[in-house]
Write a protein that binds this ligand. Structure first.
Ligand code: GRF
Length: 194
C-alpha cells in the first residue's frame, strides 16, 4: 500500500520525561505493551527497535484476550507474554478495555495510548464511520497520555491523512493504521530522548 499523504506533528508542549514520573536512568527505555488483538502496532515497535530507530525494549506484552494474534508476534520476538483476562489492573496498543482509575493514578503520566482519530475529535469507538458521516476531509491518528477520562489525556503527537471521496471505513482504517506504525515509534523515541 502506498503511504498516505501525512505529516507528523508533535505537541508543542511535549513533556519532559521526568514529568512522566519516571526517573531517567539511560536508554533504552523499558516498555510494557498492552494489547487485545492483532498487535500490528506492537509489530511496528518491534520492527523499529530491530531497525535501531527506536531506543527502547519491550519487556512484556500483556493481553486481556488469550487468542490475541499479538501474543504470537511477541513470542516470535522472544518477548515474555502474560494473559490477564480480569484484574484491577505502559503503552497501550489497541487495548480495548478501559483502565481503572486506580491503575491510571498509580502509573500517572506513564501510560500512552494510540487512538484512530484526530483527537479531540471522535473519542471512543467507530471513528472511521464517524469521519465519513461528518464528511470530514482529513482524518488521522493520535498518541496521548492516558488519564481516567476516555481518550482525553494530553496529546503528544498526531499524523493526518486525506479522506478521499471513495474511502470506506475499511480503507480509512488501513490508511490510519499506516500512520500509526510511523507515529507510535516516533513519539516513544522522542519520549525516550527527552
Ligand atoms: C489501532 O488502530 C489503534 O488505533 C486502536 O486499536 C488498533 C489496534 O490495532 N487503539 P493492532 O492490534 O495494533 O493491530
Amino acid at each position: 500500500m502506498n503511504r498516505p499523504l501525512s505529516k507528523l506533528r508533535f505537541s508543542s508542549s511535549f513533556p519532559h520525561r521526568s514529568e512522566f514520573g519516571k526517573s531517567s536512568n539511560g536508554l533504552p527505555i523499558r516498555i510494557a505493551v498492552l494489547i487485545s488483538g492483532n498487535g500490528s502496532n506492537l509489530q511496528a515497535m518491534i520492527d523499529a527497535i530491530d531497525a535501531g530507530t527506536l531506543p527502547a525494549k519491550v519487556v512484556v506484552v500483556i493481553s486481556n484476550k488469550a487468542d490475541a494474534y499479538g501474543l504470537d508476534r511477541a513470542k516470535k520476538a522472544n518477548i515474555p507474554t502474560e494473559v490477564i483476562s480480569h484484574s484491577d489492573y505502559d503503552v497501550l496498543a489497541g487495548f480495548m478495555r478501559i483502565l481503572t482509575s486506580t491503575f491510571v493514578e498509580h502509573f500517572k503520566n506513564r501510560i500512552l495510548n494510540i487512538h484512530p482519530s484526530l483527537l479531540p475529535k471522535y473519542p471512543g469507538l467507530h471513528t472511521h464511520k464517524q469521519v465519513l458521516a461528518a464528511g470530514d476531509l482529513t482524518h488521522g491518528a493520535t498518541v496521548h497520555i492516558v488519564t481516567s477520562e476516555l481518550d482525553a489525556g494530553p496529546i503528544l503527537g498526531q499524523m493526518q491523512c486525506n479522506v478521499a471521496p471513495n474511502d470506506t471505513a475499511e480503507t480509512l482504517k488501513q490508511k490510519v493504521q499506516q500512520l500509526e506504525y510511523q507515529l507510535y515509534p516516533e513519539v516513544i523515541k522522542k519520549w525516550a530522548e527527552k
